[in-house]
Design a protein around this ligand. Structure first.
Ligand SMILES: Cc1cc2nc3c(=O)[nH]c(=O)nc-3n(C[C@H](O)[C@H](O)[C@H](O)COP(=O)(O)O)c2cc1C
Length: 159
């Protein structure tokens, strides 16, 4: 059984909803799943990453669940973690990870760029991505959590 940390990047709650469902459902299958977003949201000073980057040193498996906002930008709540990792560049070669990127195909050039950006950062820090990145298109997928759950069940089997 896997011990998974889900990191959530969300502006309007879709990625959070997906993460919460995955936590519930994967736990039913016996996996230990922690969702990080709430802790990040509660940080008094949102400009600072409250130890999120350091906590990755203690983890083996991370699932990133991240939307895209603005013109291909990361949601604000995950920006401090991204910035801390990009600045300190820790060795994440002990880490295996997966990416669920939420976006909208109508933003052609920047489709799912938030998830792609985090994916590229983790890979550049030596982490090993397990499976293909899931890209969920809000235009054609009204139920992102269902698509994500099917994908996640397959993903955990690859761990
Ligand atoms: C103002 C705004 C800008 C967006 N920009 C992008 C974008 O550049 N690329 C993309 O793929 N999706 C974009 N989206 C779509 C969101 O990523 C998508 O709706 C996602 O499901 C939102 O998830 P969240 O509620 O977790 O933030 C944008 C949505 C809004 C409202």
């Amino acid at each position: 059984m896997a011990d998974i940390l889900i990191l959530v990047g969300t502006e309007s709650g879709n990625a959070q909803m997906v993460a919460d469902l995955l936590q519930e459902e994967l736990a039913k299958d016996g996996h230990a799943v922690e969702v990080e977003a709430k802790a990040m949201d509660k940080a008094k000073d949102k400009a600072k990453d409250k130890g999120g980057a350091a906590r990755l040193a203690e983890r083996g498996v991370v699932l990133i669940c991240c939307s895209t906002h603005g013109e291909g930008e990361l949601p604000e709540n995950i920006r401090p973690l991204y910035d801390a990792l990009a600045r300190t560049r820790p060795d994440l070669s002990h880490l295996r990870y997966g990416v669920i990127a939420l976006g909208d195909q109508s933003y052609r050039e920047t489709f799912c760029r938030g998830g792609k950006t985090i994916d590229a950062l983790f890979a550049s820090l030596g982490a090993e991505r397990i499976g293909e990145r899931l890209e969920i298109d809000a235009c054609t997928q009204p139920l992102p959590d269902e698509e994500a759950l099917d994908w996640a069940k397959e993903w955990v089997s690859l761990l």
